[in-house]
Design a binder for this molecule. Structure first.
Ligand code: ADP
Ligand code: ZN
Ligand code: ZN
Length: 737
């Protein structure tokens, strides 16, 4: 037998199967999916056995044997091997790039090992005669631990020296053994679970999903207003799968959202849930992965990468908040976790559920066309109404002389909320509304020297910072361009809101949840817990607070600037504005108390803002879809782009130009499908010192997308060889900025 191996080197040149012979003593152990150590050129490298074959074309004296196996069991199962091949063809990544996604990185480098705990217990057959008094006492202590204790803890709590324990082990009175311990993330979160009686709408959804899971699978779009009990539906269909000895994957958009979901899942499923996400320590991630691979846990809960969980026999895969951007990997290898989930659902004949209060326009359109079965939850589950929304026109506030970030209405509502002892969330979209510095005389804007974007002002550090590359510089008080002293700090960040709240409400206890306060591991979990425990009355935050958080005491949500995203030069700007404002507004009044939402905006008449304040998806969708159709935008068309970046501007421009000539020629045959084909400098011309040029294709959705994508991938690959130019291809990018 021979093994066909992919070596663990990410390079196009070696992305193929290499054959090795299997030494007789390994013949039992080497199976597809096993990691092996193999000679490669002059050295030995790690690799993955992709398949076994009986024949080889290599002469017997030239074929090299596998050096050794790296694990006791195949770390990649048959499904994942096939998935790696699918991803290789779909996303044009190296096979090994997708295989790497399927393993904890630390495992490949051999940096983590299972953590061992040493237990001591009484040997039932031992003869205690001949023990001295102190030794008998130690033995009697063990009774307090039901006969078995963790050694270090026992020694510490009972003040026993490890040497004495060793003596007793040598005498055969105690037995010492090392067992594997699983490091468990989120220890701070646990409690009692409760199960609810599903509403009629929930019942219908649950029954249809379960029927599909039992009968060969199907794809669902679950559209349910915020608080309608989608999470209860998820947990119920997962229970159903588990009862049938199947497994489940539950994807959530982001780490910061995970703690609350984890808490609910832990209560319901206990240790049957493994949590996978990048915020875990290396050891924790390895342990969670292993629990799933070895069948000790049957539910994987996590962000994007959890879609690669090593589970077998999947019954249901769920993607919560399916409209979120975070399901796309924007770095190599680029993949869409929703597409991967779709592939796995089909492979396992499982049910796939995409859930959201504000489905992506594309998915909703596809559901209308019958591509997904639509399930709807139209009412809040606990019978409390949707919150009252008040829209404030900030232009009028300005005219009335109010220059603060708080409108009169928001100030009054906040005061009322605090007086009543309730909690409030203030939401600000950081991107597109950060502080920038501008000269009011000549309108010079302080920009990053490396990137083509404005510098942001950080109040806490009193510095200017670039959010793209981290470059910092001191603040300015006179214009570097014209010398005028009329420098103004425009816009506002979460820090600025915090400062204003402190000025208006000096007594209030405030928490801030943004990029700066959540950079450390567990930070968002702690902020969430503190707020949930009532340690603060006001939570100020960015996108992070907009998502699934469910706090019963929150009666006020303030959207500081609803239109901050609206004017970005992007076809999806209105969709993102609608989603964000609707999601944030949905945080208010989750319990019996009446919720209030104050939406501050400079565009009170914009359809996305209006529909969001009515919490009316259909109203938004109808208008948006007709605009998309009129403008030939997705879902009616597909954007594709090849991006060239280089520190050397003319190198990037030249590579882009020559690739464009090739693309034009190769797309000759697809003229009917192509609406737009251009090459130009990117909207942000420079990031981190790299100049950016791009080729943009807009094509009809007429079934030719894959062929056109293939052509672009080929051209990009052919131009990837140009020195010092980075080339990347994006099919259906989320944004064209
Ligand atoms: P969503 O995920 O749609 O935002 P959740 O599942 O978080 O909604 O439910 C919102 C609140 O309603 C939660 O506190 C949840 O426990 C409660 N809830 C959900 N379903 C029911 C039900 N059938 N009966 C009573 N309460 C429910
Ligand atoms: Zn100036
Ligand atoms: Zn920069």
């Amino acid at each position: 037998m021979f093994a066909d191996v992919i070596v663990d080197i990410s390079h196009k040149e070696v992305d193929e199967l290499f054959q090795y012979s299997i030494p007789p003593e390994m013949s039992e152990r080497i199976v597809p999916g096993m990691r092996v150590f193999v000679p490669f050129g002059k050295r030995c490298v790690e690799g993955f056995v992709m398949r076994l074959s009986e024949k080889t074309d290599i002469e017997p004296e030239r074929i090299k044997p596998i050096e050794r196996a790296l694990d006791r069991y195949p770390v990649i199962n048959a499904e994942m091997l096939e998935l790696a091949r699918y991803m290789q063809s779909k996303y044009r990544c190296n096979t090994v790039d997708s295989l790497r996604l399927m393993l904890p990185a630390e495992m490949r480098t051999g940096k983590v090992q299972p953590k061992k705990t040493v237990l001591i217990r009484l040997n039932e057959d031992a003869d205690p005669t001949g023990l001295n008094e102190r030794q008998l006492e130690i033995v009697s202590f063990l009774a307090e631990y039901d006969g078995t204790a963790e050694k270090t803890r026992f020694c510490k709590e009972k003040n026993v020296s490890p040497a004495r324990v060793r003596t007793l082990v040598q005498k055969g009175v105690l037995i010492e053994e090392a067992v594997e311990e699983y490091r468990r993330p989120y220890r701070i979160l646990s409690g009692e679970g409760s199960s609810v009686v599903p509403t009629e709408e929930q019942k219908t959804a649950i029954e249809r999903i379960n029927a599909a899971a039992d009968n060969g699978g199907a794809e669902f779009l679950l559209k349910g207003v915020t608080g309608s009990g989608k999470t209860e539906v998820y947990m119920s269909v997962i229970s159903h799968a588990i009862e049938r000895n199947k497994t489940a994957v539950m994807l959530v958009p982001e780490i910061s959202l995970t703690p609350q979901m984890v808490q609910r899942f832990r209560r319901r499923f206990g240790d049957d849930v493994a949590v996978i996400h990048s915020g875990l320590s290396a050891g924790e991630r390895f342990d969670e992965w292993r629990k799933l691979r070895t069948g000790q846990a049957h539910i994987a809960l996590g962000a994007r990468s959890a879609v690669f969980s090593p589970l077998e026999n999947l019954g249901v895969l769920i993607v919560d908040e399916e409209h979120e951007n975070t399901y796309r990997s924007e770095t190599h290898p680029r993949y869409n976790a929703i597409e991967v989930a779709q592939w796995r659902a089909r492979y396992n004949r499982a049910a796939l559920v995409l859930g959201s209060a504000t489905p992506s326009v594309t998915h909703y359109y596809e559901a209308q066309k019958g591509r997904y079965q639509l399930l709807e939850l139209t009412k809040r589950a606990n019978e409390c109404g949707l919150p009252k929304v008040e829209v404030v026109d900030m232009r009028a506030e300005l005219v009335a002389g109010n220059r603060s970030m708080f409108s009169g209405t928001l100030y009054r509502r906040l005061k009322e909320c605090l007086d009543e002892g309730n909690q409030a969330i203030l939401f600000l979209n950081r991107r597109g509304y950060s502080t920038f510095v501008m000269c009011r005389k000549c309108s010079y804007v302080v920009k990053c020297p490396n990137c083509d974007v404005a510098m942001n002002y950080h109040i806490g550090r009193d510095r200017l910072v670039c959010h793209y590359c981290g470059h910092e510089s001191p603040t300015v008080s006179v214009c570097p361009e014209c010398g005028s002293p009329y420098i103004k700090y425009f816009g506002a960040g979460t820090q600025k809101i915090e400062e204003e709240v402190r000025r208006f409400f000096p007594e209030a206890r405030i928490l801030r949840m943004d990029y700066d306060t959540t950079s450390t591991k567990d930070a968002s979990a702690r902020i969430f817990k503190d707020f949930s425990d009532g340690k603060a009355q006001i939570l100020i935050g960015t996108q992070m607070v907009a998502k699934g958080l469910d706090f019963p005491n929150v009666t006020l949500v303030g959207v500081m600037a609803a239109d901050s995203l609206l004017h970005m030069p992007d076809f999806a700007a209105a969709e993102r504005t609608f989603q964000l404002v609707t999601q944030v507004a949905g945080r208010a009044g989750r319990d019996a108390k009446q919720g209030h939402v104050v939406v501050q905006t400079y565009s009170p008449d914009h359809y996305a803002v209006l529909a969001a304040t009515h919490q009316n998806y259909e109203e938004f969708y109808a208008e948006e879809l007709s605009r998309r159709q009129a403008g030939a935008f997705p879902p009616f068309t597909v954007f594709m782009r090849i991006l060239f970046s280089s520190a050397n501007e003319s190198a990037a421009a030249d590579a882009c130009g020559s690739a464009f000539t090739t693309v034009e020629k190769l797309l000759e045959d697809h003229k009917e499908s192509i609406i737009l084909l251009t090459s130009m400098p990117s909207p942000i011309q420079r990031i981190k010192g790299k100049f950016r040029y791009e080729i943009v294709v807009k094509a009809l959705k007429d079934g030719k997308t894959d062929e056109i994508a293939d052509i672009l991938y080929d051209v990009a690959q052919a131009h990837a060889a140009v020195e010092n130019v980075n080339v990347s291809t994006e099919i259906e990018p989320l944004t064209l900025i």
